[in-house]
Write a protein that binds this ligand. Structure first.
Ligand code: ADP
Length: 243
């Protein structure tokens, strides 16, 4: 089951190529305040996927015509560093990066309290340092943490993870090897504290039941991911309190 290109993706015992159970996340690491010059920043790792997010603002933009009279404009740039993939990625912006920037911006717009800052812009830069699957979900998680680190008021924190379908089995937090052979891949982003799904995509074919089960798996994991975000932010403020 799940054997493609000589690689066993799900063993007889139901384990994945890296030894994880189907509902297991990769090792997650989060850190905030990693950049001196940004207002907020975060480094988030899901296994081999490493993403840095930097937030600037709210600030008055140089191009004044882009502002809105009643709220801040959120700008998001998702970018993969040329050294982030096994084969050097072209540094030119790709259609995929343009699409992911939009998807992540929309996923953040529903939680940022942008009406508190009219006539300003908030810039979010997402830089994929190392790509091993799930860069949009790791990027969204890092962006949410960096916004909170910048002190920008949010309705709630957002976390994200993708569920994949391999040989008919649903697996949480798929990596690149799995993604290459998966029948489907479903990235989900959510703000569990306000019961909001902010990103939901499906690439491939899944039944209605699989979508429901996959969404459940993702949302359960996102609750844990958001708890980790809170923990990282709490320890930052505990450190500030000690100074
Ligand atoms: P996501 O990273 O959100 O899963 P995709 O499904 O588009 O988004 O990509 C899956 C994985 O494929 C990425 O995480 C990355 O490891 C790899 N990948 C994507 N684009 C490129 C690229 N241009 N060059 C090399 N690898 C890439």
């Amino acid at each position: 089951m799940g054997k493609k290109g000589g690689q066993v993706l799900i063993t007889e015992e139901g384990l994945r190529h890296d030894g994880r159970r189907p509902d297991e996340l990769r090792q997650v690491r989060m850190e905030v305040d990693v950049l001196e010059n940004a207002d907020g920043s975060a480094l988030v790792e899901f296994g081999g996927t490493k993403v840095l997010a930097a937030v600037y603002g709210p600030r008055e933009p140089i191009q004044k015509y882009i502002v809105l009279p009643d709220k801040a404009v959120l700008r998001v740039r998702y970018h993969m560093a040329p050294f982030s993939t096994s084969e050097r990625k072209s540094p030119a912006p790709s259609r995929r990066e343009v699409e992911l920037s939009k998807v992540i911006r929309e996923a953040l717009e529903s939680v940022v309290l942008s009406d508190l800052y009219p006539r300003t812009v908030i810039d979010v830069f997402i830089e994929v340092l190392q790509a091993d699957g799930g860069t949009r979900t790791t990027g969204l998680t890092a962006a949410s943490l960096a916004l909170a680190d910048a002190g920008i008021p949010l309705r709630a924190l957002v976390g994200a993870v993708a569920v994949g379908k391999i040989g008919g089995t649903l697996v949480l937090d798929i990596d690149e090897v799995e993604d290459n052979y998966a029948e489907a891949d479903m990235p989900v982003g959510a703000a569990p504290d306000i019961g909001l799904v902010t990103l939901f995509q499906i690439n491939g074919v899944m039944t209605k039941e699989e979508v429901a089960k996959g969404l459940d798996m993702a949302l359960n994991a996102i609750e844990r991911i958001v708890e980790m975000e809170k923990e990282v932010l709490r320890s930052k403020y505990a450190r500030v309190g000690e100074v």
